[in-house]
Design a protein around this ligand. Structure first.
Ligand code: FES
Ligand code: MG
Length: 601
């Protein structure tokens, strides 16, 4: 594939590093030979030699995120062998170690609870051991931002290798997208069209092989953005997990990190403000997940780059959607890769002068513009020309108002049916209002959605599911309509909530509302039947009740002790709730960004 031509190393092997190696503090200690011996002694026990460890070669970590607990990333246990061979052939020494596993679909109560935990533990490992650089084995949703946040804080040379998407899912001749098929199956089930066994068959058909979700969910998004930031080799993000090119890319990534150490090419050289702006534009062009702003803003905070949701709206909203991939389009990961992957998207943007900073430097030592130039797609149905996109203005809106200070909406998934049913002028993204049906968490929703009084003009509200309320913030804001409406063909009710939604969902939700109900947000004051007005042009969402009524409700709520989520069940849940900020700010640990660039201080 064309993408593989771009990762050749630029530095002669065994060239002298630009800067003394960090690992010398362990393995080159003329001041204290005894200490040096203690540092190498145990590594000899698995067959390393004294000469190897004291040779002055760069020590490269392989941060292994795959395990039996993390099926999406498990294929990294195979790929890591090729990474290791790449490191060795470029003159480095590899040390593979486990990261805290994060499996999106299994971890209770939410996988996001572990993003910051994986971040913390990876920073500790990179700080505490003799690493000169690290290969970050990324994939499933939160594993990628956790790794990039840690790379930002440590600021030692680092490069991502995605595990790659699984093969396309198929059932009855139709493509089934991982994650997305769950929402489809739930609707068909609620409408009485399929039974439990058929749900199981349908859902499992979406996930046919090793790899992460094959849709443009959070995993595909965050790995594309890692590449757009410049933190992965060009063309690496989209290669399906089990294709041979993936293992070849693993080898090249291993080779490249050794030279990045010699060149002293650090995350702070790559993840600049310019790189983040490129990533925001790329996110819109691929139809990226609603989780992308949370994670990208978090990474920016840890590297010390100012970035907020107004930037996303200003830089990203007016960009067109180019990629025809579920949930915003029709196809899956294999077509995306064959059509050229991210480099073909970047080439389209570049040619249209829509990539804001072509000179931004990337992991291979060249600029993102140089990497992308000429990488035209050969499948213009899959990757559309900039002049004939899937959708115009496909980015996130940043909404404010009396219901919350901040929330986002992904407009690229707004269906024609939704436009007809809700928008005051269906030809234009504008305003709608409706009575709300309020649910306190997913359990309340599942128990009551088919009983509540909901009609085709109702706005569904999910609260109590933000970082504090449902520790970590649950992916539950995309809510299906009740069965009686689904049977009549009404499926797209607007949803608002203080939690997140799956990147694989096509729901036109207003989500990540901050402050959340459990943090004093006005969402806690809403009652069933209140009217909420959404004005997308004005970027506002307001409760249409008087200030006096709001103040009275606030008093009443405070007298009753405030809006409460369930108690913490583990020490980490408790620490997380005490230390974490809101979704609009990236849900980072409040004290963590001040430790940015540990390695330089
Ligand atoms: Fe792991 Fe989607 S659940 S990538
Ligand atoms: Mg998800």
């Amino acid at each position: 594939a064309q993408a593989l031509n771009d990762s050749s190393t630029t530095v002669p092997q065994n060239a002298t590093p630009k800067k003394p190696l960090r690992s010398a503090a362990w393995f080159d200690r003329p001041d204290d030979r005894t200490q040096q011996t203690l540092y190498i002694e145990r590594y000899l026990n698995y067959g390393m030699t004294k000469e190897e460890l004291l040779s002055g070669k760069p020590i490269i970590g392989i941060a292994q995120s795959g395990s039996d607990l993390a099926p999406c990333n498990k294929h990294h246990q195979v790929l890591a062998k090729r990474v290791r061979e790449g490191i060795r052939s470029a003159g480095g020494i590899a040390f593979e170690f486990p990261t805290h596993p994060i499996q999106e679909t299994i971890r209770r109560p939410t996988a996001t609870l572990d993003r910051n935990l994986a971040y913390l533990s990876l920073v500790e490992l990179l700080y505490a051991y003799p690493f000169d650089g690290v290969v970050l084995l990324t994939g499933c949703d939160k594993t990628t931002p956790a790794c990039l946040m840690a790379a930002a804080t440590m600021n030692i040379p680092a490069i991502c290798l995605n595990v790659g998407p699984m093969l396309n899912g198929w059932a009855k001749g139709e493509r089934m997208g991982a994650g997305g098929v769950v929402w489809q199956a739930r609707e068909l089930h609620a409408a009485g069209l399929i039974d439990d066994d058929q749900v199981a068959d349908m859902v499992t058909s979406g996930t046919p092989s090793a790899g992460h979700c094959n849709t443009m969910g959070t995993a595909s998004t965050m790995n594309a953005l890692a590449e757009a930031l410049g933190m992965a080799l060009p063309g690496s993000a989209a290669i399906p997990a089990v294709y041979r090119e993936r293992a070849q890319m693993a080898y090249r990534t291993g080779e490249r990190i050794v030279d990045m150490v010699r060149e002293d090419l650090k995350p702070s050289d790559i993840m600049t403000r310019e790189a983040f702006e490129n990533a925001i534009v790329s996110s819109t062009a691929i139809g990226g997940s609603t989780n992308a702003p949370i994670h990208l803003n978090a990474i920016a905070k840890h590297i010390g780059v100012p970035l907020d949701l107004d930037d996303w709206d200003r830089i990203g909203f007016e960009v067109p959607l180019l990629l025809n991939m579920m949930p915003a389009g029709d196809f899956l990961g294999e077509e995306y890769y064959r059509a050229g992957g991210l480099p073909a998207i970047l080439a389209e943007l570049l040619e249209a002068n829509a990539l804001p900073h072509p000179a931004a430097i990337t992991a291979n030592g060249r600029s993102i513009g140089d990497n992308a130039r000429g990488k035209k797609t050969w499948d213009t149905n899959m990757i559309r020309p900039f002049s004939d996109p899937m959708k115009l203005n496909a980015g996130f809106l940043h909404l404010k108002g009396t219901l919350f200070d901040s929330a986002i909406m992904k407009t690229s998934v707004i269906s024609p049916a939704f436009r007809q049913a809700f928008l005051e002028n269906p030809d234009d993204l504008n305003a709608f209002e409706g009575k709300v049906a309020v649910f306190d968490g997913p359990e309340d929703y599942h128990k009551n959605v088919d009983k509540a009084s909901i009609d085709e003009r109702t706005i569904l509200v999910m609260r109590g599911v933000g970082p504090l309320g449902y520790p970590g913030a649950a992916e539950v804001v995309n809510m299906r309509a009740p069965g009686h409406l689904l049977k009549r063909g009404v499926s797209d009710l607007p949803c608002i909530g203080d939690g997140r939604q799956s990147g694989t969902s096509g729901s036109p939700s207003i989500l990540n509302a901050t402050p959340e109900a459990a943090d004093g947000g006005n969402l806690a004051l809403l009652k069933n039947g209140d009217v909420v007005r959404v004005d997308l042009n004005k970027r506002r969402v307001d409760i249409l009740i008087s200030d006096k009524e709001l103040a009275d409700r606030r008093k009443e709520l405070e007298a009753s002790g405030g809006y409460r989520g369930p108690p913490s069940h583990t020490p980490w849940q408790d620490i997380f709730r005490r230390e974490v900020g809101g979704l609009s700010e990236g849900m980072v640990l409040k004290g963590a960004p001040q430790f940015q660039r540990v390695a330089q201080t």
